[in-house]
Design a protein around this ligand. Sequence first.
Ligand code: FAD
Length: 406
Amino acid sequence: MIETHSIEIVKSTAPVLQKNSEAIGKRFYQLLFESHPELYNIFNQTNQKRGVQQRALAHSVYICGEHMDHLDAIKPIILRICHKHRAIGIVPEHYPIVGKHLIQAVKDVLGNQVTEEIIQAWEKAYQYIADIFIEIEQELYDQARAQEGGWEGFREFVVVKKVKESDVINSFYLKPADGKAIAQFQPGQYLTLKAKIPGEKYTHIRHYSLSDAPGKDYYRISVKREDARNGNPAGIVSNYLHRNIQEGGILEFSSPAGDFILNTKSMNPVVLISGGVGLTPMISMLNTIIEKQPGRKVTYIHAAINGRHHAMKEHVARLASQNSNIRSYVCYESPTEEDRRTESFDKEGFIDQAWLESILDNTQGEFYLCGPIPFMQVIYRALRQMDIPKERIHYEAFGPMSTLGE
Ligand code: FAD
């Protein structure tokens, strides 16, 4: 632990860092990539361009600083980041590089607002936090290595099957190119892809939730094609997967990671709520319950633009019709004529608290959310209004953020 005086300095100056977090984050990545361009291979370059990575980093620094003397309170946030670090291949050697440029970025942005004493306190704090991250990540690396079928770094997989699930989502079934066993995973976890795209200078790393139950001799991921929109370019990796990767193609993944997981030791009721491609971890959870926990009550609520965007709808409808413990509800933002004709949805528009209250017969059990951030924020607030405690609401964001800002 660092001494009390430094902790006090860090805690009292954390808000100043928070206020200037965007500028600090921007300057940090500029310094980092100038001196270590090879790190472009690891960090998501689109997230840099969109500014979301900078905000996420600055927020992490701020909350660590603010919780310096009781880091236990933010353990779930730290663990989530450590899982991502392990998945993308962050190693202890990266920490001094990041620390050096982060401190320099603080000096550059805050100039004479910060004294040498403040800088020293933050250097100590960074070292202290970095050591915690390194230790947790080491454990995660050890676990990934030790597990049967586990592996280190990135391993080649063959796409053995590619399936169109909706107008915008394709599933990829993956078997290891070496023909050996694959590691088990927990429903809700993700694989991390290192895409080597012809013509791209650096590799692109992206996470994809596993979309089937564990226990198979393959993994399945389901990827939404991110089209060009509002003047922003089309998504690099999702379009590469949709257009260029066919059956027989080879892709490299690191082993399963993530702490957004279904507790399969409990038989408590489960409410799964997803929006768009956020259905992937939910389908893994749902399939797991069907296979491993017969009778466990599941309410699955899914929101999509319309039936053409709604992946795996027949699969979920079939499970609900064949299993009395599974109830499924569908909300379409703008249903098509076909959706209306087939009465394939339960609500038009958006999910709101009144509708949730009308379909949830009780609010017991665990709630799992996955979808766009604004979608999750609305649902999260509604669930909290319904007196569901935070501890029973679990969520996964498909981007670099760690809390819904509650
Ligand atoms: P990117 O190139 O990363 O672009 C992303 C978006 O940013 C696009 O909409 C693009 O138009 C926009 N954009 C690009 N440049 C700019 C700019 N300069 N300014 C503003 N906007 C810009 N995705 C799935 O499809 N299925 C999953 O199961 C899944 N699971 C995930 C699990 C986790 C834990 C996480 C973190 C993410 C998951 N994702 C999943 C998201 C996935 O990792 C990718 O982010 C997604 O596929 C988009 O990657 P891309 O390379 O196609 O798009």
